[in-house]
Design a protein around this ligand. Structure first.
Ligand code: HEM
Ligand SMILES: *[C@@H]1O[C@H](CO)[C@@H](O)[C@H](O)[C@H]1NC(C)=O
Ligand SMILES: *[C@@H]1O[C@H](CO)[C@@H](O)[C@H](O)[C@H]1NC(C)=O
Length: 345
């Protein structure tokens, strides 16, 4: 009996050593799964295309998820973990993570990938592939980049940590700059990545201050539009980009903009910078960029050159996707993206 317990313990120890690999051992490489799981990028793309055909907002959710994953403990899919008995307050529950979505899609993709190659492809890699595909679809192919892969999924996910690491929409420009600098991102990259707000939506509670902001900070007609939209329910969503707004509302509050309203929503491009200069952006953090000399000059630069933004945004997404887990962290290939693998110890 004693001996078998000892053997069991030894087996468990070996298994633990095999399953929980040191995260920093992995060098990220493009085409990492070419041999390990042939065709995985196509499987992921197929599911993303299918989901975005149904609802383009899901694409916005994927792009935001990548940011919210990578800024907290590096790109380790920590944002995907659900609350559990051992971990009742994962990142998902942080106030700053309000509105995160596309979790079901990622779980669906993970299941399909597990069927093809069990235990090989990490959730953190699936997320960056999916965000890449979403960006490509929403930009009609203008934003495209190669994804270095080989990440592991982390074990730790904590709401307080997410709240501390991610920028808040009430931040001043200096707070935004400091927040990005903490991850080695420049002022230019802060401006570039903020351009993702050309797609998607936000809850009214994420821009309450903007509803009473003075005309120097927000175009009064747009402020009226936001106030109107925000009185439609308890805490409704409002689209980030005026051209995704419904025609009747734009006609009522900003008739000069009706020609911009699009049939297809969530088109990813440099219009964020045009909107910013016209002071028709939702978040305080968006408007704040105009109050800083260097940031403002970058806003002008990206407003003037759409191609430049497409290219630089792709580069910044790749840089984002390379943020590492904290030194010494352990990782695994999760079986399901919403929970860590069940282990024997
Ligand atoms: C610079 C600091 C940033 C702040 C303060 C900020 C803040 C926010 C807030 C408050 C929302 C709305 C959440 C809600 O109320 O539901 C939002 C939405 C969004 N953000 Fe940001 N964000 C920032 C940077 C970024 C970056 C770097 C990206 C990606 C590269 C990004 C992508 C998005 C997208 C795509 C949405 C729409 C999501 C959807 O429709 O599901 N944001 N952001
Ligand atoms: C930022 O760069 C410094 C110096 O190169 C490095 O020590 C630090 O780990 C980096 N931080 C992140 C989050 O990558
Ligand atoms: C815009 O940016 C692209 C990509 O960097 C560059 O090739 C092009 O010359 C720029 N156009 C103008 C008008 O500056």
């Amino acid at each position: 009996m004693r001996i078998s317990v000892a053997i069991l313990c030894a087996l468990v120890a070996v298994q633990v050593a095999l399953l929980a690999a040191p995260a920093e051992a992995n060098e990220l490489t493009v085409g990492y799964y070419a041999k390990k799981c042939k065709g995985v990028e196509n499987i992921i793309k197929w599911h993303v295309i299918k989901a975005l055909k149904q609802n383009r907002r899901t694409g916005a959710a994927l792009v935001r998820l990548l940011f919210h994953d990578c800024f907290v403990r590096g790109c380790d899919a920590s944002v995907l973990l659900d609350a559990s008995y051992e971990n009742p307050r994962p990142e998902k529950g942080a106030p700053v993570n309000i509105g995160l979505a596309a979790f079901d899609l990622l779980e669906e993709i993970k299941a399909a990938v597990e069927k093809r190659c069990p235990g090989v492809v990490s959730c953190s890699d699936i997320l960056i592939y999916a965000a890449r595909d979403a960006g490509s679809i929403l930009s009609n192919g203008h934003v495209h980049f190669d994804v270095p892969a080989g990440r592991l999924d982390g074990f730790v996910s904590n709401a307080d940590e997410a709240q501390k690491e991610l920028p808040d929409s009430t931040f001043t420009v200096q707070q935004l700059i400091d927040n990005f600098a903490a991850k080695n991102f420049t002022i230019e990259e802060l401006v570039i990545l903020s351009g993702a707000h050309s797609i998607g939506a936000g809850h009214c509670s994420s821009f309450t201050g903007r509803l009473t902001a003075p005309p120097e900070q927000i175009t009064p007609a747009y402020r009226d539009l936001l106030n109107y939209k925000c009185h439609q329910g308890p805490d409704p969503d409002v689209v980030n980009n005026i051209r995704d707004e419904d025609y009747a509302t734009v006609a009522r509050f900003m008739p000069g903009f009706v020609s911009r309203v699009r049939k297809i929503s969530d088109f990813m491009d440099n219009t964020y910078y045009h909107n910013s200069l016209a002071k028709i952006v939702t978040f305080n953090s968006d408007w704040q960029l105009l109050t800083h000399t260097e940031a403002r000059s970058k806003v002008h630069e990206y407003a003037d050159n759409a191609t430049l933004w497409d290219v630089d945004f792709g580069d910044s997404m790749v840089k984002l996707s390379k943020l590492p887990m904290p030194a010494g962290s352990k990782g695994e290939i999760r079986t399901k993206c919403s929970s860590i693998n069940h282990r024997l110890y």
